[in-house]
Design a protein around this ligand. Structure first.
Ligand SMILES: Cc1cc2nc3c(=O)[nH]c(=O)nc-3n(C[C@H](O)[C@H](O)[C@H](O)COP(=O)(O)O)c2cc1C
Length: 177
């Protein structure tokens, strides 16, 4: 079991994993990462979400196809599909936008970091055809599919991808270029 001293260790250990062992995930680990999702904050605490946990091999294969044929997804023993109930989200965040993509993103990142802590790999999947995913999983019309992640034991370390330096992304007091 991987041990981490602090949150930053987990943040730094997380990588997008695109190769998985067939080994299944223990039920307690799955429950742990789902709990991490559940505990996330959301606008007005509305929690406008629903997670679909997919373990059926045929469904997972079909999901990989619905994700623009990203075949590595089909290697994972579990795929989690994060959905939003748009009608239940806060509608005018900042005066102009629905909170649901933000709500889901925060909660799914909770799940992803908890998975990293448990030695599990994930990969945020944003490239998918919503209609295909909805048809496959019987998602109602008024529910949006926001993101998908495979979950499983990594069969690769994942590549270290660079990040912009703080000096490029942080301004003080007012917006700067
Ligand atoms: C919104 C979003 C959508 C993404 N969609 C995909 C995807 O469809 N397929 C994929 O392999 N990776 C996808 N990724 C993973 C990114 O490519 C990855 O996070 C980025 O290259 C940084 O690498 P790292 O996660 O290993 O740090 C997505 C990430 C985000 C945040």
């Amino acid at each position: 079991m991987v041990k981490f001293k602090c949150l930053m260790d987990i943040i730094e250990a997380r990588r997008s994993i695109r190769s998985y062992k067939s080994q299944s995930i223990e039920d307690d680990k799955l429950e742990y990462i789902l709990e991490a999702f559940r505990k996330a904050p959301s606008a007005k605490n509305l929690q406008p979400w629903k997670l679909i946990v997919v373990k059926n091999k045929k469904r997972i294969n079909d999901l990989a196809i619905a994700c623009n044929n990203q075949t590595f997804i089909a290697e994972a023993p579990v795929v989690i599909v994060a959905c939003a109930k748009e009608d239940e989200a806060y509608g005018t965040m900042g005066g102009y936008m629905s909170s649901y993509p933000v709500d889901i993103a925060i909660a799914l990142e909770h799940l992803i970091l908890a998975a990293t802590e448990q030695g599990l790999g994930t990969c945020w999947i944003g490239a998918f055809k919503e209609k295909l995913v909805k048809d496959l999983l019987n998602v109602p019309e008024n529910v949006r599919v926001v993101a998908i992640t495979p979950v499983g034991y990594p069969a690769e370390e994942g590549r270290e991808r660079g990040r912009k330096p703080l000096s490029e992304i942080v301004c003080y007091e007012e917006y700067c270029e």
